[in-house]
Design a protein around this ligand. Structure first.
Ligand SMILES: [Zn+2]
Ligand SMILES: [Zn+2]
Length: 490
């Protein structure tokens, strides 16, 4: 806890003034005045712990959610936390004191909670079918200021570029291609390429929140964390090193191809594929990243729990950019689209006469379209539940910490057998409709209308699945963190 020198109350970092503010007596102080130096001596205690020898540490309170195991830390000892930001549970988080690794840098919060709420409301205002609870005061009040751990890399590109280029010209019946090695000097630097170092924070979310302006990054002081929480870094520095190099390699290659005047007349044929990590330094664009620096970036974070799903919203604490899961209110959506469909049908009916055959053909086509959409949604759901593509999660998996999920099982559980049955019966009804139109062609109108109604029922059922699937994709399953074995648990 950081104490006010004038009155002894708790000081908090204020994004607006970028000062430490005392709620009690109104004094304000420079955050840099509170550098806690005693940590260096306490390092002796840490010596039996081989994993943190060359880092300074800070005293933190670690809050653990009894339901999902999610953990946050803070430098304020007394704050009681009554809900979990990861799974949205309202529950008293258990606390314990610990020593946290001290990050090297931090971007202090620049947006206040009020700024964040305003930005969020601006986005959800446009989401017509968002369930109204997501806009409620109770919900948006649970926005919590969290510093997310990042690894930032500086990438240097210095030396000879070796590109392949060719020019072609026609001579008589021949096309003659000359191949060149295009050599040049490169001296480029990418500073602060950043990747989120927390496995509990989705890469997709952190990518969407980017960019952060690293020019405002300052050496870490615990005082910036006062009044906020921080997520714990659980991904190693080298997880993203190659990723940073690949980014710089591709960005420079693209610029060389498009912007270098001397190379313009050649078609550059160097493969776009970035070389392997070990070959980076000696590649067409010599690239090497440093070993990464730990940093904390500010995020306003909100979670909303609905049954066994949770939706997240996050606001970039520096720029105010909003990223939110936006599920829809299925009943509201069905009702509105039902009314919309009736209006369209009434208008159509005024201008053209629907024969029973065209009506059946149209309803068969619509029903098939919904089935196709459902199919692709299920493929998508399968990809997201397996966590493919999230580097942080992959890191945990490789290290045996993350839970491996079985794709098939999850898919069954989340989309249900009912959907499969409806799909099969619905496809059957479409098949009957086709037989009716192509082969049987009954004289009476009644069979056509009966099939229209049957298809309409399957259409509505499937459409409801489509909306349900949409909500599964727009929300997340409840997290389960498996952080056993960490040495900070002592
Ligand atoms: Zn005071
Ligand atoms: Zn939780």
């Amino acid at each position: 806890m950081i104490v006010c020198p004038s009155c002894g109350a708790n000081l908090k970092f204020d994004p607006k003034s970028q000062k430490m503010l005392c709620d009690f007596c109104g004094s304000s102080f420079d955050p840099k005045e509170f550098d806690v130096k005693e940590d260096v001596e306490e390092q002796v205690v840490q010596e039996d712990n081989p994993e943190t020898p060359d880092f300074d540490t800070i005293d933190v309170t670690i809050y653990t959610c009894p339901q999902c195991g999610g953990e946050l830390m803070s430098v304020d000892e007394n704050t009681a936390a009554a809900f979990c930001s990861f799974c949205g549970a309202s529950t008293i988080l258990s606390t314990r004191l610990a020593k946290g690794k001290k990050p090297e840098y931090i971007i202090p919060f620049a947006k206040t909670k009020e700024d964040c709420k305003k930005a969020y409301l601006g986005v959800v205002k446009k989401a017509l079918f968002l369930p109204k609870e997501y806009r409620s005061d109770g919900c948006i009040d649970s926005f919590r200021g969290i510093y997310m751990p990042y690894w930032t890399y500086n990438v240097k590109q210095k030396g000879q570029t070796k590109l392949r280029g060719e020019t072609s010209h026609r001579r008589g019946d021949y096309i003659i291609t000359d191949i060149y090695t295009l050599a040049g000097k490169i001296d480029a630097e990418y500073d602060g390429l950043s990747f989120d170092a927390s496995a509990s924070f989705d890469d997709s979310m952190s990518e969407a929140l980017a960019p952060y302006d690293i020019k405002q990054m300052v050496p870490f002081e615990a005082s910036y964390m006062s009044g906020y929480y921080a997520d714990l870094a659980d991904v190693d520095a080298d997880t993203y090193k190659y990723q940073a190099e690949k980014y710089a390699f591709n960005a420079s290659l693209k610029r060389i191809k498009n912007e270098t005047r001397e190379f313009k007349k050649y078609t550059i044929t160097t493969s776009k594929e970035a070389p392997k990590a070990s070959k980076m330094a000696d590649s067409a664009v010599p690239t090497s990243a440093d070993n990464g620096h730990s940093a904390m970036f500010p995020v306003w974070f909100l979670s909303y729990r609905n049954g066994d799903r949770v939706a997240y919203a996050a606001v970039n604490g520096q720029t105010g950019k909003v990223v939110a899961d936006l599920p829809i209110d299925v009943k509201k959506y069905l009702l509105s689209s039902g009314i919309f469909a009736l209006v369209i049908f009434a208008i159509l009916n005024m201008f053209l006469v629907l024969t029973p055959i065209t009506a059946l053909v149209m309803s068969s086509i619509l029903t098939l379209i919904v089935f196709v959409i459902n199919y692709f949604q299920r493929v998508d759901i399968r990809m997201t539940v397996t966590g493919e593509g999230d580097k942080g999660k992959e890191f945990l998996k490789e290290n045996g910490k993350g839970k491996k999920k079985k794709a098939e099982k999850v898919e069954e559980a989340e989309t249900g057998v009912f959907e499969t049955v409806t799909t099969l019966l619905g496809l059957g009804s479409v098949a009957i409709a086709v037989l009716l139109v192509v082969f049987f062609q009954p004289v009476s109108d009644i069979p056509y209308y009966v099939m229209c109604i049957v298809e309409a029922v399957f259409f509505v059922l499937s459409f409801k699945h489509t909306l349900g699937n949409y909500n599964i994709m727009a929300t997340r399953r409840l997290p389960q963190f498996d952080r056993k074995g960490g040495d900070d648990r002592a």
